[in-house]
Each structure stands twice: as structure tokens, then as C-alpha cells.
Design a protein around this ligand. Structure first.
Ligand SMILES: *Cc1c(COP(=O)(O)O)cnc(C)c1O
Length: 822
């Protein structure tokens, strides 16, 4: 069937017809945006058949269903990815070429649905791709933010945030499902009445409410006709606001409900690894969680009449603590609406919800002030209170006279609701996202919980989808891989292992080099167009792209660039292979140090790029508005992947894996998944430097690190740190970068000097950088290492990760969709 629809002729006919019915235009008259809409609709038409077929199989086979609950889904563009997964990219590209259209230009019309901040949201997107490709029935549950992640503009070197109105032109791949509409209640109070059955009944009264309406987006599996759904919720006022509402009370009520609905889904909070206890965020969490659970239960009850079987057919995975209110919401429904006893409801709930931990950073742990939580969710709060009461009883029984245990593990403590504790107590599984991270959870951060519930803890090292980050993002390399090992890598990435044979093959090496060069030229053109900077594709492309955060240490990277510049200025004849340092990063809108780091990178770029005396040996580029679509090109063009977080702070990282898959060599610390990449690729093909996680943690515990010791004993370091405040990079403004200087040496109230050990690791970093420069000049050794990186990237496919979740946690059934003859 697919072959029929993607006959070139029929596809073009479909596009032509769409342009006509949508815009009353011919293809010649249509704008690129209109053509994008028409092409997307033609693709959606094909997807629809498989989507419906998948739904029918799910109805018929009744498999266990995963609900992946996540506040963020950083999907990236859909058109190209859908075509790849339908196996139709090449044909559609050719068909469009024949009528003078360029698919990549058309793809470029699509806004990136940026419903996420960074790694956590992108992980959810990779997981959906793998779930569909492996043939599991899954719904991604989230929020349809009207404004996604802000667009970043760089003005005068500073980040400026611009709203991302991604729905402005209409998004062709979404489907509104008003038939699934649920009421979500906030505020009011709980009334207890004795029912006829003699039990107490609880009812939330005097509340405000909104309606939740889902939009479904298709998640197309690769070559298997399976199409899963991303189900993201929009909010609507319960009654449309009516001007003829004369009753003053009704009028106020109507305005309030309208505002509540509008505000709820208005924006994605732009903080990564950092929470602020904003009431609206808790509302967003309850909103999408309650709606998703209601839809899941409604679906279950259509097929089954005993809710005790729920754990056999439904599982809810909580991506970080953000959806943890799911625990209490499921309890509430089972208790209040289904009339179950506490023990029955608890038995079911604790076999349905599972939790993924994403960080050990204290500022990222979600805690809600009890007063806010109770006011907003009065009945849900009562349930949390009861879960806590019972759990604290258990702690005291197990550890008599040990209030320290209660202080650390209670869900309610010190006026706060601790969401991670709730997730661990109720979850049937608690997983970290890389082996090192899980070990730190077990031995340090969650040690008390691990002691109590060792059987719940497990590791699931993150992964990425090779369909987007190789097949779509790097078509030249994808074809080269296929040529050498066959095409099975698209669904079984471990097959790339066979590339090992070609790592030293001169012809394969030459081809690899040429492909890397072409990808560097593609990126260089983009940089020329967007930054006005000429970069040399023969230079080393050394790349750090990821959210801007102090723990990721972009500051260490740019300080090292300043150090190199000092070296070259002082010693113009020194041996130095030309480098292009490429950065891309958004900073949370309110994160001052992070935003100053962006300004520093841009001013250093200005000074260095415009200094003719260094002969272009160093170029520095800050790519504006880092997002999935440009990320695909950046990974393809990278030689060196900077993964330089302070050891213990990066739970996994997934950017590191995308670089590896594209044949870049990692320069990194023994942190997150870097540890496992090192194991896979071997010490000869990765550059590791710096303190270990154990060393970092020991310093943190003993408070015995003093960056002044390093500053005073290393002239080169002293010089670059001083250059932050001597006007070198700020037209003599000595205050512009003062807070960066202070973060290293002069901690302000409540802070710690150089909390992320930048000066401690600087020398080791500079030495590793130097080795990289030398290694690069040995072309065949370099290419061998690059090819071996690809060859050993198999473990880091999200297909592997998802299969482990299925085997160890979710226990899903495979579905098979065959659209022949429908
Ligand atoms: C993969 C990815 C990330 C995560 O990168 P890390 O280096 O793991 O922090 C963030 N943003 C985008 C757009 C990505 O594709």
C-alpha cells in the first residue's frame, strides 16, 4: 500500500490537490510554507492509514500499554523524520525535485516543536521513536504548550528571548480529539459525608475547573507500519466566556475560568535542571497527569471490568518527578470514584507507576510548599498526607528512635512536599539514566531508600535514535555505513560493529574524511550565512552544544580558548593546528551567570575572530538558537565532542552519544554515560581528563577545595581568570564579567568558590586539548578512532534502552501491524 501512495506521480498529484483545496493556488503560485503544509498533509494522509491500523490492532490484541508521562517532549521537526520512518524519504525527495522543489527547503519551513528544554525532553522524543519502531503500544503524555522553548537571539553578544509561536501557521501533524475531554479541578475544599454504605465519601467542592482536550501526533515506527501517539493536552474554559452573563458572580467566575485555561498551557518553563516552586507549574503538572490518567482508565474500562487487573495492562512511567502527582491522582480515582479500599487502591497504584531519576543536583529536586499544594489540590493533598503517615510509621517501626531517617525520607517534611520521595515510595521501579549515576543514587543521594527498597532500584543507560541523528541528520554518512555493513543498523544499531573491519582501510578512511568534510562545509555555509564568520572546513571543529549550565562548564571551555589565544599571541610560531570552537546553548531566562557566559563567548569570539595577527588559527562561533533541527547538522560536522561536565553532575548526557554516532571523538570527564562510552570504544579512541566523581564528591563532603591555591600557582590560569576583569574582552569595562570571576574566586553569600571545579580541572583539560591537536595531524590514526567511535556506538541506541525498560520494568507485549489489503 505504501508503495502505491508513494508512487511519485500520485504523491505529486496529492500535493497539487492539497495546494488547490487549501489555498486556491497552483504549485507555481504557492509559497514555500504553503508547499510545506501541502506536502505534510500528503504525508499525513499515508500516516493516517497506518495509525488507524495500529489502533485496530491495539483494540483487537489488547496489549499492555505504556503511558510515558513527561512535561517535555523535544520532538524536532516531523516531516523529514516521518518520511525516513515510512521509508519514503528518497522517493519523495526525487518526486519533488522533478517538479523543481527542494525537500530540504520545504523541511526548513517547519517550526521545531520545541516542547522541551534539553536532554530530558529529547530523551522522551527518542523513546517514542524507539517504542513505535520496536512495536510497543505507547502513548507519550504531555502538554501542548502554546509557546514552546523561547527562540534565542544574540543581540550585541547577549541572549535575548523571543516567544516561540510555533502554532502560528497551524501544525499539520496534529489531530485534535475533542471526544476525549476531561474536567480538571483546582482549589476549593473537601467535603466529607457518610455514604449509604457506611463509608466516608470525599468530594471536592467550590473548585475552579478547566477542560483538558488532547491533540494526538503520530509517532511513526520505522518500516513496521506501527504508529503510536503523542497525546498532548490543551486547556479550555468549561463554559465559553459569554458577554450576556448578567449575573456578576457568573461573570467573574467565567473570566476566572477563561484565564485559568489560557494560562495553564501558555508556556513551557525554560529552566533545565532547576526548579522554582511556581504555583502555575504545579497546576500544569496536575493538569496533564490527571487528564492522561483519566483517558488511560477510560480506555481500560472499555475492555475490562476489573480494575484490579490494571497493572497487567497499564503502566505509567514518570519522566523525572514532574508527573509524580500521578501517584495521588490514581489513588484518588480508585478511592473516591471507584469506591476501593485504601489497601486495594495502594496495591494497584504501586504496581502501575514507575519513576526515572534524572539528576542529583539539589536545585533540581522538586519540593512544593505544603500550603500551595494543599490549597491547589485539597483532596490530592489529603491522600499524600495519608501515604506519608503510613510510610513514616513504617520508617519508625524499622528504625526506632532514628528521627534522622524520618527527616530524610518522609514525603512531607519541614513544610514541604518532596516529590522524589513520593515517587520512590509509590513507584515499583526507580531507575537512574547511566551506570555511574545509578551508583551515585544508590550509594549517596538515595542511600536510605536503597537500603529500604533495594529491589526497586535499577539502571537504564539513556540512548538516542539513530533514525533521526544518523539516517536523517547525516545522509552521506548513513549511506556510507549502509554500504559497508548493510542497512540493518537502522533498526539494530549494534550492527555498526562490523565497521571495525574498515577502521584502517585506506579507501574507507578516505571516504569517511570526505564525508566529514562535506558536512563541515554544510555547517560552514550555515555559519557564514548566520554569523557572518568564515570558518575553515580544514580546521578542527571542536563543538560544545547543550543547555548552558555551570555544571556543564562552558566557562572552562571558553577560558581555555582565551588561554590558547594568549599562548599564540605570546608565541606566534608555536606548533598549532587551526581550531574552530563552536558553541550553541540556551540559558534559562533568569539564570544570570549562564547568560553572562554567553556574552563572554561572544565577546571572546569578536576579539579573536578579528585579530589578523593570529592568521585565523582560532575561530570562535556561537550558533544562535540551538535546537534539534540545527543540532542534526552540528553533530554531523563535529570532529571533537566536548563533554566536560564536573564529574558526578551530568546524570547521563545524550548529546555525547549523538556525536559518537557521527564519528566525532569525545573529549570528556568520567561522568554520566561518558564512562560507558569509554568502555565501549576503548581508551585509545577517547580523550578523558580531570577529577573522578569520587574525588569531586569527597571534596564536596570535606569542604577542602580552595581554587586560590591553583590560581596562585599557575601563571597561565591566573592570567585568563584576571582577563575576566581587566577589560581585555569588555572594552575596558571591568564589571561586565565580574560575576563570572566571582563565581570562581569570590563566592557571594551562600555560594561556594568554583563550585564546579573549573580551576581544579583546567590544566588536565588543557593537556588533553593539546593531545587532541597533535592526534588530529595524524590523519589515519584520527580517522581510525573516528570510525571506531561509530562502530562502538551500538549500545547507545534508544532501541537498546527501550528494550531494557520493556524487559525489566514495563513488560509490554509486541504488536504487529500489517496494512496489506486494508
Ligand atoms: C541531545 C540534545 C540535548 C541534550 O544534550 P546534552 O549534551 O546531553 O546536554 C539538548 N538539546 C538538544 C536540541 C539535543 O538534541
Amino acid at each position: 500500500m505504501r508503495d502505491k501512495v508513494f508512487s511519485k506521480k500520485e504523491f505529486i498529484a496529492s500535493v497539487t490537490e492539497n495546494v488547490k483545496t487549501m489555498y486556491r493556488k497552483t504549485l507555481k503560485e504557492a509559497t514555500q510554507q504553503e508547499i510545506y503544509q501541502a506536502v505534510s498533509l500528503a504525508v499525513k494522509d499515508v500516516v493516517m492509514d497506518e495509525w488507524m491500523a495500529t489502533q485496530q490492532v491495539i483494540e483487537k490484541d489488547d496489549p499492555k500499554i505504556l503511558y510515558y508521562m513527561s512535561m517535555e517532549f523535544l520532538m524536532g521537526r516531523a516531516l523529514g523524520n516521518n518520511l525516513i520512518n515510512l521509508g519514503a524519504y528518497g522517493e519523495v525527495k526525487e518526486a519533488l525535485e522533478e517538479i523543481g522543489l527542494d525537500l530540504s527547503v520545504i523541511e526548513d519551513q517547519e517550526p521545531d516543536p520545541a516542547l522541551g528544554n534539553g536532554g530530558l525532553g529529547r530523551l522522551a522524543a527518542c523513546f517514542m521513536d524507539s517504542l513505535a519502531t520496536l512495536g510497543y503500544a505507547a502513548y507519550g503524555c504531555g502538554i501542548r504548550y502554546r509557546y514552546g522553548m523561547f527562540k534565542q537571539q544574540i543581540i550585541d553578544g547577549f541572549q535575548v528571548e523571543v516567544p516561540d509561536n510555533w502554532l502560528k501557521d497551524g501544525y499539520p501533524f496534529e489531530l485534535r480529539r475533542p471526544e476525549y475531554c476531561y474536567e480538571i479541578k483546582f482549589g476549593g475544599h473537601v467535603e466529607e459525608t457518610a455514604g449509604e454504605d457506611g463509608n466516608l465519601h470525599f468530594e471536592q467542592v467550590g473548585y475552579q475547573s478547566v477542560l483538558a482536550i488532547p491533540y494526538d501526533m503520530p509517532i511513526v515506527g520505522y518500516g513496521n507500519h506501527v504508529v503510536d501517539s503523542l497525546m498532548i493536552w490543551d486547556a479550555q474554559p468549561k463554559e465559553e466566556f459569554s458577554l450576556d452573563s448578567f449575573d456578576r458572580g457568573d461573570y467573574d467566575q467565567a473570566v476566572e475560568q477563561e484565564n485559568l485555561a489560557r494560562n495553564l498551557v501558555e508556556v513551557l518553563y525554560p529552566n533545565d535542571n532547576h526548579v522554582k516552586g511556581k504555583e502555575l507549574r504545579l497546576k500544569q503538572q496536575y493538569f496533564f497527569v490527571s487528564a492522561s490518567i483519566q483517558r488511560a482508565l477510560e480506555r481500560f474500562k472499555k475492555h475490562h471490568n476489573d480494575l484490579h487487573d490494571l497493572p497487567k495492562k497499564v503502566t505509567f512511567q514518570m519522566n523525572d518527578t514532574h508527573p509524580t502527582v500521578a501517584v495521588a491522582e490514581l489513588m484518588r480515582i480508585l478511592l473516591d470514584e471507584e469506591g476501593m479500599s485504601w489497601d486495594e487502591a495502594w496495591e494497584i497504584t504501586t504496581h502501575c507507576v514507575a519513576y526515572t531519576n534524572h539528576t542529583i543536583m539539589a536545585e533540581a529536586l522538586e519540593k512544593w510548599p505544603i500550603d500551595i499544594f494543599q490549597r491547589l489540590l485539597p483532596r490530592v493533598y489529603q491522600i499524600v498526607d495519608e501515604i506519608n503517615r503510613r510510610f513514616v510509621e513504617e520508617i519508625r517501626a524499622k528504625y526506632p528512635d532514628n528521627e534522622e531517617k524520618v527527616r530524610k525520607m518522609a514525603i512531607l517534611y519541614d513544610g514541604q512536599v518532596k516529590m522524589a520521595n513520593l515517587a520512590i515510595v509509590a513507584g515499583y521501579s526507580v531507575n537512574g539514566v547511566a551506570r555511574l549515576h545509578t551508583e551515585i543514587l544508590e550509594k549517596q543521594e538515595l542511600r536510605d531508600f536503597y537500603e529500604l527498597f533495594p529491589e526497586k532500584f535499577n539502571n537504564k543507560t539513556n540512548g538516542i535514535t539513530q533514525r533521526r541523528f544518523l539516517a536523517h541528520g547525516n545522509p552521506l554518512l548513513a549511506d556510507w555505513v549502509t554500504k559497508h555493513v548493510g542497512k540493518d543498523w537502522i533498526t539494530s544499531l549494534a550492527k555498526v560493529e562490523d565497521l571495525t573491519k574498515y577502521a584502517t582501510d585506506p579507501k574507507a578512511q578516505q571516504e569517511f574524511l570526505e564525508i566529514k568534510k562535506q558536512n563541515k562545509i554544510r555547517l560552514a555555509k550555515y555559519i557564514k550565512e548566520h554569523n557572518g564568520i568564515e570558518v575553515d572546513p580544514n580546521s578542527i571543529f571542536d563543538v560544545q552544544v547543550k543547555r548552558l549550565h555551570e555544571y556543564k562548564r562552558q566557562l572552562m571551555n571558553i577560558l581555555h580558548v582565551m588561554y590558547l589565544y594568549n599562548q599564540i599571541k605570546a608565541n606566534p610560531g608555536m606548533d598549532f593546528y587551526p581550531r574552530t570552537f563552536i558553541f550553541g546553548a540556551k540559558a534559562a531566562a533568569g539564570y544570570r551567570t549562564a547568560k553572562k557566559t554567553i556574552k563572554l563567548i561572544n565577546t571572546v569570539a569578536d576579539v579573536i575572530n578579528n585579530d589578523p595577527s593570529i592568521n585565523g588559527k582560532i575561530k570562535v562561533v556561537f550558533i544562535e538558537d540551538y535546537r534539534v533541527s540545527i543540532a542534526e547538522w552540528i553533530f554531523a560536522a563535529a570532529d571533537v565532542s566536548e563533554q566536560i561536565s564536573t564529574a558526578s553532575k551530568e546524570a547521563s548526557g545524550t548529546g555525547n552519544m549523538k556525536f559518537m554516532l557521527n564519528g566525532a571523538i569525545t573529549l570528556g570527564t568520567m561522568d554520566g554515560a561518558n564512562v560507558e562510552m569509554y568502555e565501549e570504544v576503548g581508551a585509545d579512541n577517547i580523550f578523558i581528563f580531570g577529577m573522578s566523581a569520587d574525588e569531586v564528591i569527597a571534596h564536596e563532603q570535606h569542604h577542602d577545595y580552595n581554587p586560590y591555591d591553583i590560581y596562585n600557582n599557575d601563571e597561565d590560569i591566573k592570567k585568563v581568570v584576571n582577563q575576566l576583569v581587566d577589560g581585555t574582552y569588555s572594552h575596558n569595562d571591568r564589571e561586565l564579567f565580574r560575576e563570572l570571576y566571582n563565581s570562581l574566586l569570590n563566592p557571594q553569600q551562600g555560594q561556594v568558590a568554583d563550585r564546579y571545579f573549573i580551576l581544579a580541572d583546567f590544566r588536565a583539560y588543557a593537556n588533553a586539548q593539546k593531545k587532541i591537536g597533535v592526534y588530529y595531524t595524524n590523519k589515519s590514526a584520527w580517522v581510525k578512532s573516528a570510525i571506531l567511535n561509530i562502530a562502538h556506538s551500538g549500545k547507545f541506541s534508544s532501541d537498546r534502552t527501550i528494550q531494557e525498560y520493556v524487559d525489566d520494568i514495563w513488560k509490554l507485549d509486541k504488536i504487529e501491524v500489517n496494512t496489506e489489503g486494508c
